[in-house]
Design a protein around this ligand. Structure first.
Ligand code: NAP
Length: 243
């Protein structure tokens, strides 16, 4: 892998993330928030309805490497329904490494949305880690799961992501949050001005249809600046920071 910006030269995913400490100096009253997406050249966020075919193995390495450096990982219910996540950090050695860094072995998994979820997904049946479901549905109860699931209910029919972030910081001690999408949840974080960073893999593929990485109009244009740009073969890995 080559680093194109800044300081061009040879690098690797591990080297790039080695000194990355997003849990240091979070903003007041909320976690630092980073988004991670993979996109095709025509800006699509899914191939045949899922994200897995967009990026290469190096994209997966970046995803796993990023997960290793956050207190919590957030996804929307739509993404959970399609992607049927397993345990976020499956490798025990990686959980140990997190603990050495002063992070919980498993990141807290935060799901935003209804209880219409694939309860047979390994995330729920594995038993490792902890899930926090932030739901706007007042009554439903989740089924019994091997992995502990705490449900937080928002009374107004919709989760206010700014309020949710404040609670994650105050009540769950989350200093750094990685949001892996999807596009509707992403648009809310951008609209609220709380998306501090965007890790974007740009895959050399064209699809021609499907949702983009951000679905939902923003009240104003979000201005970002390039933090780094990496290249492996024809795939680009960008890190953008909100100005
Ligand atoms: N390329 C990538 O990097 C990437 C990453 C992630 C996802 N994806 C793709 O994106 C697609 C899924 O898109 P999506 O837009 O459905 O995903 P999403 O943003 O993860 O999920 C949307 C759902 O999340 C819940 N939700 C979001 N904000 C909410 C709020 N403020 N209050 C209450 N509920 C809220 C709602 O769930 P309920 O419907 O349960 O109420 C809503 O329908 C899939 O094809 C997936 O593969 C791609």
């Amino acid at each position: 892998m080559q680093r194109l910006v800044p300081d061009p030269g040879a690098t690797s995913v591990a080297d790039q993330l080695e000194s990355y400490r997003p849990w240091h100096d979070p903003p007041a009253g909320r976690p630092r928030v980073a988004l991670n997406f993979a996109s095709t050249l025509d800006g699509r966020a899914a191939i045949e309805g899922r994200s897995g075919k967009i990026g290469s193995d190096t994209d997966t390495a970046m995803l796993v490497g990023l997960r290793q450096r956050f207190d919590a990982v957030m996804i929307g219910a739509g993404t959970m329904r399609v992607e049927k996540y397993g345990r976020m950090i499956g490798d025990p050695a990686r959980r140990e490494r997190r603990e050495e860094l002063g992070l919980p072995g498993d990141p807290l998994v935060v799901i935003v949305g209804s209880l219409d979820l694939p309860w047979d997904a390994p995330l729920f049946t594995d038993g490792g880690g902890q899930v926090l479901l932030i739901s706007a549905e007042p009554e439903d109860e989740p089924p019994a799961t091997a992995t502990p699931v705490e449900v937080v209910r928002e009374p107004d029919g919709r989760v206010d992501v700014t309020v949710a972030l404040r609670r994650l910081r105050e009540e769950h001690g989350v200093r750094a949050l990685l949001c892996e999408g999807g596009p509707h949840l992403h648009s809310q974080l951008q609209a609220e001005g709380v998306a501090d960073e965007l890790f974007l893999t740009i895959a050399p593929k064209l699809v021609g249809a499907g949702s983009t990485i951000l679905e939902g109009a923003l009240p104003e244009v979000a201005e970002l600046e390039l933090g780094w740009l990496l290249r492996e073969d024809s795939e680009l890995f960008a890190r953008y920071l909100r100005r």
